[in-house]
Design a protein around this ligand. Structure first.
Ligand SMILES: [Zn+2]
Length: 329
């Protein structure tokens, strides 16, 4: 029997294995909670109303999680190739074309970022995904649990899925714990239920940690890739004035964040203005995923720093004998 040949194949097999284990865990815990606890024990022996409610809530939450997963797969992360021609035009003059955006992330020499695999200019926040071999708009990460790339188009479904997974797990753990205590008192404890509860607690620890991390990243308007590079320094090709289209290359401090536009706006940038998008997998983002609002305060600061650095104030350009000048001996 042949094993995986290279590192990439081994990584692929490992990630697929994680997805299969997660699917098995979900099916097993859902079966134990719905079939063994809610139906066979609570519904048949304790209370039909409570048993029915537990089954109803579980099925509803599982359905929402499933629809989120389907939407993550169907929408995909948002690839560059569909609209790249329109995006390319302003960059014809290597980023100094009159139609180029007022600000865009560039290479150190001011040229637009370039993907050497796709042979295309990369919009702000787009990255090449080695998993699918294409550039992904506002790429967030490759989710090894789902086996899918998460990006601009499916990120909000990913977050809503995490939200409902956490709600469902909390609901299962609290109700299972309550009835498990009753079973212990009655001396009829089922091993199935204990093992399922242990799995639910473990999965909740992982899911809740991930959920809190993503809430934080949305609050500061960072993708996982950006969050994982806390000292990254952005080079920005910045238009200084409209009349002459004069542009300069400025750079942020390490860790500077050009994307944060205030807490509420950062959340709106992901979920749009429809509040239902925060709780259900309703619609994909309506913007193009290639242009993002900049932190204007930061841009103004960079612009001002640049002007200060090139326009020496008159009291500095003095004669060599000026006593104000530092002297060396
Ligand atoms: Zn690419």
């Amino acid at each position: 029997m042949k094993g995986p040949k290279n590192k990439r194949e081994r990584r692929y097999v490992a990630m697929k294995s994680v997805s299969i284990v997660l699917t098995f865990v979900t099916v097993y815990t859902a079966y134990v909670y719905i079939g063994r606890l809610s139906y066979s024990y609570v519904y048949q022996q304790v209370s039909k109303v409570k048993g029915g409610a537990f089954i109803g809530v579980s099925v509803l939450e599982l359905l929402i999680v499933l629809v989120c997963f389907v939407r993550i797969c169907v929408e995909g992360p948002g690839l560059l190739d569909r609209k790249w021609t329109d995006f390319e035009k302003p960059y014809a003059g290597n980023g100094y074309d009159v139609d180029a955006p007022d600000a865009f992330i560039c290479e150190q020499d001011g040229r637009p970022r370039w993907c050497h695999v796709c042979m295309k200019h990369k919009p702000d926040r787009a990255h090449h995904s080695s998993e699918i071999g294409k550039c992904v708009l506002k790429m967030d990460h490759y989710c090894q649990y789902l086996g899918k790339v998460i990006g601009y188009a499916n990120y909000r479904f990913f977050w809503v899925m995490l939200l409902h997974a956490v709600i469902l797990l909390l609901f299962w753990i609290i109700t299972t714990g309550y009835y498990l205590a009753a079973q212990v008192r009655d001396g009829i404890v089922e091993g199935f239920i204990i093992s399922s509860l242990a799995i639910e607690v473990l999965v909740l620890l992982g899911a809740a940690g991930l959920f809190v991390q993503h809430c934080y990243m949305i609050s500061v308007n960072k993708t996982t890739i950006e969050y994982m590079s806390p000292n990254y320094q952005y080079f920005i090709n910045l238009k200084m004035d409209d009349e002459f289209n004069s542009r300069v290359v400025v750079f942020t401090e390490p860790g500077g964040n050009p994307w944060t536009i205030g807490l509420l706006n950062n959340w709106k940038a992901v979920f749009g203005s429809n509040p239902l998008n925060y709780v259900l997998p309703i619609s994909r983002p309506s913007d193009d995923g290639m242009h993002f609002a900049y932190n204007q305060e930061l841009l103004n600061q960079l612009k001002s720093n640049y002007l200060q650095s090139v326009q020496q104030p008159p009291w500095v350009t003095t004669t060599p004998n000026d006593p104000a000048q530092p002297t060396t001996t």
